[in-house]
Design a binder for this molecule. Structure first.
Ligand SMILES: [Fe+2]
Length: 238
């Protein structure tokens, strides 16, 4: 079974559209998103409408939960004071522009989603089992991977939140961070589309980098009232 996963779209409709076209061309049998539908780029409502129109189900990210509930803080981690200020501006902008329908859509997303594929249990969540804002990078100690596996009743765990893709096999489990469609942070500005191919014996994962018009999205960020900082980070894939 071939499954496409769209991680952290963050208001970037052109990146989502390009990733969707790529997934459709690869004849995947199912598509899912991993939440964080708004923030950093201006097309939060367009992203929600796209997912709704295409029947793409998914899970709730920290950003979705915070926007839907009008929280004070997005639950994101900041590396420095500049990033903290920029992130706060992005969050305030997104709360101010998300439509009622977008909020309801985000509110209705489940924290986790589990299904069977070729006899294997696959579970999707935004960041970690039962927690939507833990940064689960590839260099976490094995102990951490085992702990997380213990909290999820699944063979294949798929998540995002860090915007840096990886696959790891450990203790008979497959761990997949799907990266980010709309705001990659691994130095590659192209959208990251993750495709899992699951057979009864194997799990293969492709991180497909999909080109789209980054400059168009960067220009839209700059003219939206969002900090131009996010146009720059989009260009750099950071
Ligand atoms: Fe995110």
């Amino acid at each position: 079974m071939k499954i496409a996963v769209f991680g952290d779209i963050h208001g970037n409709i052109d990146a989502l559209s390009a990733a969707y076209q790529e997934a459709a061309g690869r004849k995947v049998e199912a598509m899912y998103h991993l939440g964080d539908l708004g923030g950093y780029a201006p097309f939060v409502n367009e992203v929600v409408e796209f997912l709704a129109a295409h029947g793409i189900e998914g899970v709730q990210g920290n950003y979705d939960e915070a926007v839907a509930n009008n929280r004070e803080h997005c639950g994101c981690k900041y590396e420095d004071p500049v990033q903290a200020e920029m992130s706060e501006l992005s969050f305030a902008w997104t709360k101010g522009h998300a439509s009622q329908h977008s909020r309801e859509f985000m509110q209705g997303l489940p924290p986790e989603r589990t299904f069977l594929a070729e006899g294997k249990r696959v579970t999707l969540f935004h960041a970690a089992p039962h927690k939507n804002n833990i940064y689960w990078y590839e260099d976490r100690p094995e102990k951490f991977f085992r702990e997380m596996a213990g909290k999820a009743d699944a063979d294949i765990l798929v998540y995002g939140h860090t915007h840096k893709p990886y696959k790891k096999e450990l203790g008979g489990k497959t761990f997949v961070n799907a990266g980010s469609v709309g705001k990659p942070k691994d130095g590659d500005s192209r959208a990251c589309l993750t495709v899992l191919e699951i057979t009864p014996d194997t799990v293969s994962v492709d991180f497909i980098r999909v080109p789209y018009d980054v400059e168009k999205t960067a220009a839209a960020i700059a003219s939206s009232g969002l900090p131009p900082y996010f146009a720059e980070t989009l260009r750099k894939g950071m």
